[in-house]
Design a protein around this ligand. Structure first.
Ligand SMILES: Cc1cc2nc3c(=O)[nH]c(=O)nc-3n(C[C@H](O)[C@H](O)[C@H](O)COP(=O)(O)OP(=O)(O)OC[C@H]3O[C@@H](n4cnc5c(N)ncnc54)[C@H](O)[C@@H]3O)c2cc1C
Length: 532
């Protein structure tokens, strides 16, 4: 156990109202002004703003409450404790592995601290193609500023680790644009284990910022409390019904919590929020719910270097390149953003291709391995429609995301760019993360190999940590689920405040977009409630 101060210990001792669903023994009914479902980027921001406005706020979170004293830089503990489906959530065809958080703080507890405002051309697209006129750059700037100040978002002043330095070196050698990544950290030790929960409380996740502030302002939190459905009286939402979970954090205990509230905020994340609406049989006359769920599908490329890279240490992401992000504007194809991921043994073992001795030899080279990733900018092409959230027979959500020609074409270009970059940065060999790929010893060899790789589901490895859409904002009821302030088009008293709002992918790591849109929507809700 860490000996560093844990703000949760102090807060709980001071009387924060934080209940564990697993210890609830009897059905309970409670009342509040606002119930917020989900405690990630959207829910955390909304909770602080609304609680500090004097409203009685209740925050319900499916995952358990873990804090810095529990975070031991250990993948085997962190994935079951802090991630949806033990970090093994997958699309229906199992072709895309999806990382999403599932604990107090949601995905912000485990994310890698990269922060970008919503790109200007994404906002312009939403204005022009989706009619969302209110979402101009100037109108949103104050909300971004407010989020940046609250979460200490600033350019990272430290030299990149060797993994990020490869990206900077390769871009510089090829004349590709690149820049440092701003991060939401305060006193970061550069341990490199953001994905297992920040042991030093430096990452400004919701776990150590807005949720403590909301509790200090009188909000109440229930963890291990899974919301099953909305309580509806006609088209009025009057609360939610939740199932307390057992100590395993998965199975319902049989005890329920009924919350009656003046307003309900859904912040259960893309996939989670559409699932609650689907389970509630919420009005969806234009069949928009769960549709157009985007992932920034990610392609990966391994580079073997003579020197040690040790991508498990240091700020995981500190350099990016948008050199290929905007190809869509030029030729209609999907663009991609280049970054690197942190490299930890469990996740690498599950991601690298091959098996047996071949896989073992690759893993032995991990200290010398750099990994580059390309995030495809999905949703900006008529044939890039994203995926659809459905319910399994037990009511749990599943995302069906078929990868088509337009994604595969971009995937091949991305694998080529990454291999070219790695060789330009001095790689001895490059391995496109694909079941049929081998180690290429030169850029020429890599180019030939990648040109011939079959671009197919389950052969090309595709992952994602950015889930967006599924309850999209729209200018009119027939083309979305909510308006530009997150208000549900058909149901009264219901606001969506999370990543499921976005009508396309963001085209940049989404957390700062979620924060800014959450502040904007929560503030509008506050004004409506205070006006009576
Ligand atoms: C490993 C990883 C790394 C990432 N790195 C970055 C990064 O560096 N930069 C960046 O910008 N973005 C990053 N992201 C993405 C970013 O964290 C998310 O886009 C953002 O947190 C989404 O906010 P949200 O509010 O939509 O959902 P989340 O933050 O995921 O929160 C949703 C919460 O709702 C809870 N929930 C779901 N269903 C229910 C239910 N039925 N009842 C009660 N609670 C429920 C979930 O358990 C979860 O805690 C990363 C994500 C991951 C997983």
């Amino acid at each position: 156990m860490s000996r560093l101060p844990d703000p949760w210990q102090t807060g709980l001792a001071a009387g924060w109202q934080a209940h564990d669903g697993a210890s609830l023994r009897q059905h309970r009914t409670v009342e509040c002004d606002v119930v917020i479902v989900g405690s990630g980027a959207g829910g955390g921001m909304a909770a602080e703003l609304l609680a500090q406005a004097g409203l009685k706020v209740l925050l319900l979170e499916e995952g358990a409450r873990h804090s810095s004293q529990d975070f031991r830089l250990n993948e085997a503990e962190a994935y079951p404790q802090l991630y949806q489906e033990c970090a093994n959530r997958q699309t229906a065809d199992k072709a895309i592995t999806i990382l999403q958080g599932r604990s107090v703080g949601g995905s912000t507890t485990v994310n890698w601290a990269s922060c970008f405002r919503t790109p200007a051309d994404t906002l312009a697209w939403w204005q022009q193609r989706h009619g969302l006129q209110a979402l101009g750059e100037a109108a949103l700037a104050p909300w971004f500023q407010r989020a940046e100040q609250r979460l200490h978002i600033a350019p990272w002043p430290v030299e990149p680790n060797a993994n990020n330095a490869v990206l900077a070196r390769g871009c510089a050698a090829l004349g590709w644009r690149h820049a440092p990544i701003p991060r939401n950290v305060h006193g970061c030790w550069s341990l490199g284990y953001c994905g297992t929960g920040c042991a030093t409380n430096a990452k400004q996740s919701m776990l150590v910022t807005t949720i403590p502030a909301a509790l200090a302002a009188g909000a109440e939190l229930y963890s291990r409390m899974r919301v099953r459905r909305l309580l509806l009286e006609g088209e009025q939402v009057v609360g939610v019904q939740a199932d307390a979970l057992q100590a395993d954090g998965v199975r319902a205990s049989g005890v329920t919590l009924t919350v009656r509230a003046r307003q309900v905020v859904l912040s259960a994340g893309a996939i989670g929020t559409p699932a609650i609406l689907l389970r509630s049989h919420a009005s969806d006359p234009y069949r928009q719910l769960g549709q157009r769920t985007f992932l920034h599908p990610v392609l990966l490329s391994g580079g073997i270097f003579a020197e040690r890279i040790e991508g498990y240490y240091g700020a995981p992401q500190s350099v990016y390149s948008d050199h290929f992000l905007h190809t869509g504007a030029i030729d209609g194809s999907l663009g991609y953003k280049l970054e690197v991921p942190p490299i930890h043994p469990l996740i690498m073992a599950a991601t690298l291709p091959g098996n047996g001795g071949e896989h073992q030899r690759l893993m032995q080279r991990m200290p010398h391995m750099n990994v580059v990733l390309a995030l495809l900018r999905d949703g900006f092409h008529p044939r890039s429609q994203g995926g659809r959230v459905r319910l399994r027979s037990d009511g749990s959500p599943q995302l069906d995301y078929p990868l088509g020609e337009v994604e595969w074409e971009a995937a091949r270009r991305a694998l080529l760019s990454m291999a070219e970059l790695q060789f330009a940065a001095g790689a001895r060999a490059v391995l496109p993360v694909h079941e049929d790929a081998g180690l290429a010893r030169s850029w020429r060899q890599a180019r030939q190999m990648i040109a011939n790789l079959p671009m197919q589901a389950l052969r090309t490895r595709v992952v994602s940590a950015h889930v967006m859409g599924g309850a999209a904002m729209s200018a009119e009821a027939r083309s979305g689920v909510v308006d530009h302030l997150g208000r549900h088009w058909q149901l009264d008293n219901l606001t969506v405040i999370d990543g499921s709002l976005f009508p396309t992918s963001v085209g940049a790591n989404p957390q700062l977009s979620v924060y800014a849109f959450a502040l904007r929507a929560a503030d509008a809700l506050r004004q409506r409630m205070q006006a009576g």
